[in-house]
Design a protein around this ligand. Structure first.
Ligand SMILES: O=C(O)C(=O)C[C@]1(C(=O)O)C=C[C@@H](O)C=C1
Length: 356
C-alpha cells in the first residue's frame, strides 16, 4: 500500500518537474529577449533582481522556507542572466575565500569569479573593464572596518550597486578524518583570533600559524596530514578537506558585509541604502554638522565610520550609510544640506538592501 502511495507521489513529482522545466525555459527565453532589447547595454539590473527575490519571499506559500525559495530563484536569475551575457566578478583570491562565497551568494553560480592578488587589483580589473563587477569586504561584526576597501572607494570612479551579508562560519579542517593529532593549525590571523577561545579549549598546545588567507591554509592542510586548517565551507570543498569540528567561531553572530561595485547607478526600489564619504571643515562641532542634516531630514543612518584622510595629519573622512535613495525626497534634502556644510561629499552609490 505504501509502495503504491510512493509511486503516486513520484508520478506527481515527475509531472511537476516537466512543468517546472518548461516554465524555466520559457522564463529563460524572456530573459534572452530582454538581453536583445538591452542591445549590449547594461545587462545586470540589481534593482530588478532585488524586486524579484523580495516578491518570491513575500508570496511564498510554503512548505519551503522563504530563504530557500529566494536562493533557488537567485540561481534561476543567474542562469537567465548568463544567457544574456555571462558576468565576470573580481574578488580578493585565492579561490575558496569568503569573498568568493559572497560573490557567488550575490550573483549565483553562473557568474565567473576571477581571483585577484589584492583588493586594489580587483578594483583595477573593473575600472579597466577587464571584469564587470568587484565584490570587496567592507566590515566584519567582530573585526570592524576593512580599511583598504574604504580607502579605495574614496578615489575609485566605481559605484556601489549592491551589498552582501555573509554569516562567517569557521571549521577545523583536515586532509582525512583519521589523521594523527595536528602539529600546527593554519589560518588567516583574523580567523585565528575569531576562534581563539575554541582553540584554547580544544587544541591548547598546538602551534597557531597565520597565513595570507583561509584558502591558503586549506591548501596547506590538503598537502600535509600533520596539520589542520581553519577555513570556511568554500575552502573545504575546493581542497576536499574533512570537517573535524564545525562552526568553531567564538562569536556566534560573526558576519561580514561586502559591497558590489561596478560602473552603473541603480534606480530606487523602495528598500535602498545610500553610501557616502565626506569630510568636515576643520572647526569645532564639525562632525555634528555632518550628522545634523541627516537627522533633520528624518533619514536613518545605518553606519558611521571614520578613517584618516591620508592627505593631511589628523584629518579624517567619514563613511556614512543611510536608508533610502538619493531620488527619495528626504535623502535629497539631507544630501543637499550636507553638501552645504561639509568640506567634501562623494556619493559612493545607492543600491538595494541585501535580500538574501
Ligand atoms: O529584467 C531584466 O532586465 C532581465 O534581464 C531578467 C533578469 C531575470 O532573470 O529576472 C536577469 C538579469 C537581470 O539582472 C535582472 C533580471
Amino acid at each position: 500500500m505504501s509502495d503504491e502511495l510512493l509511486k503516486q507521489h513520484r508520478h506527481a513529482i515527475d509531472d511537476i518537474d516537466a512543468q517546472v522545466l518548461e516554465l524555466l525555459n520559457q522564463r529563460a527565453g524572456h530573459a534572452r529577449a530582454i538581453g536583445e532589447i538591452k542591445g549590449g547595454g547594461i545587462i545586470y539590473r540589481p534593482e530588478r533582481e532585488a524586486e524579484v527575490l523580495r516578491r518570491v519571499k513575500e508570496r511564498n506559500p510554503g512548505p519551503l522556507p522563504g530563504e530557500s525559495v529566494a536562493r533557488l530563484f537567485r540561481e534561476i536569475m543567474s542562469e537567465c542572466l548568463a544567457l544574456e551575457k555571462p558576468l565576470s566578478i573580481a574578488f580578493l583570491g585565492p579561490e575558496g575565500t569568503f569573498t568568493q562565497a559572497a560573490a557567488v551568494k550575490h550573483f549565483g553560480h553562473a557568474a565567473h569569479t576571477i581571483a585577484c592578488a589584492s583588493i586594489d587589483e580587483a578594483f583595477r580589473a573593473v575600472e579597466s573593464r577587464t571584469c564587470d563587477y568587484v565584490v570587496a569586504p567592507v566590515e566584519n561584526s567582530t573585526e570592524g572596518a576593512v580599511g583598504r576597501t574604504l580607502d579605495l572607494m574614496v578615489s575609485s570612479p566605481l559605484k556601489v550597486c549592491g551589498e552582501v551579508i555573509l554569516r562567517i562560519h569557521h571549521h577545523l579542517l583536515r586532509q582525512r578524518a583519521d589523521a594523527p593529532p595536528p602539529r600546527k593549525v593554519y589560518s588567516h590571523a583574523q580567523s585565528l583570533a575569531q576562534c581563539h577561545e575554541w582553540l584554547n579549549r580544544h587544541l591548547p598546545d598546538v602551534e597557531r600559524v597565520s597565513v595570507a588567507s583561509n584558502a591558503e591554509a586549506a591548501r596547506l592542510a590538503s598537502e600535509d596530514d600533520t596539520v589542520a586548517a581553519i577555513a570556511g565551507e568554500a575552502a573545504a570543498e575546493r581542497f576536499q578537506l574533512v570537517r573535524i569540528a564545525g562552526s568553531i567561531e567564538d562569536e556566534p553572530n560573526n558576519t561580514t558585509r561586502f559591497l558590489v561595485l561596478g560602473h552603473q547607478e541603480c534606480v530606487p526600489t523602495g528598500h535602498d541604502k545610500t553610501s557616502i564619504v565626506c569630510s568636515a571643515q576643520n572647526r569645532p562641532g564639525a562632525v555634528h554638522s555632518l550628522l545634523a542634516p541627516i537627522a533633520q531630514a528624518g533619514v536613518s543612518m545605518t553606519k558611521f565610520e571614520s578613517r584618516p584622510s591620508r592627505t593631511g595629519l589628523w584629518e579624517y573622512v567619514f563613511f556614512i550609510d543611510m536608508e533610502g535613495h538619493p531620488d527619495d525626497s528626504h535623502v535629497t534634502a539631507a544630501l543637499n544640506e550636507l553638501r552645504r556644510c561639509a568640506a567634501f561629499v562623494k556619493v559612493l552609490g545607492a543600491y538595494p538592501t541585501a535580500v538574501l
